[in-house]
Design a protein around this ligand. Structure first.
Ligand code: ZN
Length: 96
């Protein structure tokens, strides 16, 4: 079973908590599933920075409802595609 991190720390962080499997992880070492869990609120954002979430939605030709096509999280230096990791924990419906 995968051990989940509890918080994401600033890039390059080397604190004791970041060295524990059940502790935190520096942002530059975080994978997409971890960033997705941070978006859902299961993991705390202790990176010291704002993260930008870009949602690309698609309005189908025969539909009146837009559906989420892609969700990306960026800290300005790196972008994580979390589309396949959001699961049921987070419904990210476009606000229209
Ligand atoms: Zn740390």
């Amino acid at each position: 079973m995968r051990i989940h991190k509890t918080a994401v720390h600033p890039p390059g962080c080397g604190c004791n908590n970041c060295h524990r499997d059940d502790g935190s992880v520096p942002l530059d070492q975080a994978d997409a599933p971890t960033v997705a869990r941070m978006m859902s609120g299961a993991i705390r954002n202790l990176t010291g920075r704002d993260l930008r979430v870009v949602v690309t939605a698609k309005l189908g030709r025969d539909s009146s409802d837009a559906t989420t096509d892609r969700v990306e999280v960026s800290d300005g230096a790196r972008t994580w595609d979390v589309t396949d990791h959001l699961g049921a924990a987070l419904s990210f419906d476009p606000p229209f």
